[in-house]
Write a protein that binds this ligand. Structure first.
Ligand code: FES
Length: 152
């Protein structure tokens, strides 16, 4: 969907700013808000670029720098910790050769930590883009990563 089509989904009112920024980020293959994305949103809402930029940079759900095609969000809250998320984090970091917040050299994955994903019943859990995975083991993680690599 191009940017114009995204904008058309929403009335040009300030209360839609987060929805618009969210959709613009989702549509960006590098999962971030570019300067052009911010400008497009600001122009559409008829508000200053600086205001739009400050809103976007306030929320952790928005990234202002390019990320991988797949955003891995590993849950870092206590129930997942108890079920082994720390060793999964070590495993992901070793396997992907990145630390938290970094993107793999091939641009396929960005590794992030998040608080509770609401999937404590299947801890440890993580999301990859909009898909949830639970009861994770290193073997399951390998399968998920392989599948995502093949989807390119
Ligand atoms: S604590 Fe990890 S999903 Fe809730």
């Amino acid at each position: 969907m191009d940017k114009e089509a995204i904008l058309k989904k929403f009335k040009p009112t300030l209360d839609n700013i987060l929805y618009i920024l969210h959709d613009l980020q989702d549509e960006n293959p590098q999962h971030y808000l570019s300067k052009d994305d911010i400008k497009v949103c600001a122009d559409y809402l008829n508000i200053p670029y600086s205001y739009t930029h400050s809103v976007a940079s306030f929320y952790t759900m928005f990234s202002m720098k390019p990320r991988g095609r797949n955003i891995i969000r590993l849950c870092d809250s206590p129930p997942c910790h108890l079920m082994g998320s720390k060793s999964l984090l070590d495993y992901l970091q070793r396997t992907l050769k990145v630390t938290t917040g970094e993107t793999t050299k091939d641009g396929i994955f960005t590794l992030e930590l998040t608080s509770c994903l609401g999937a404590c019943g299947v801890a440890p859990a993580m999301m990859v883009n909009n898909e949830m995975f639970g009861n994770l083991t290193p073997e399951k993680v390998d399968t998920i990563l392989d599948k995502r690599r093949k989807e390119l």
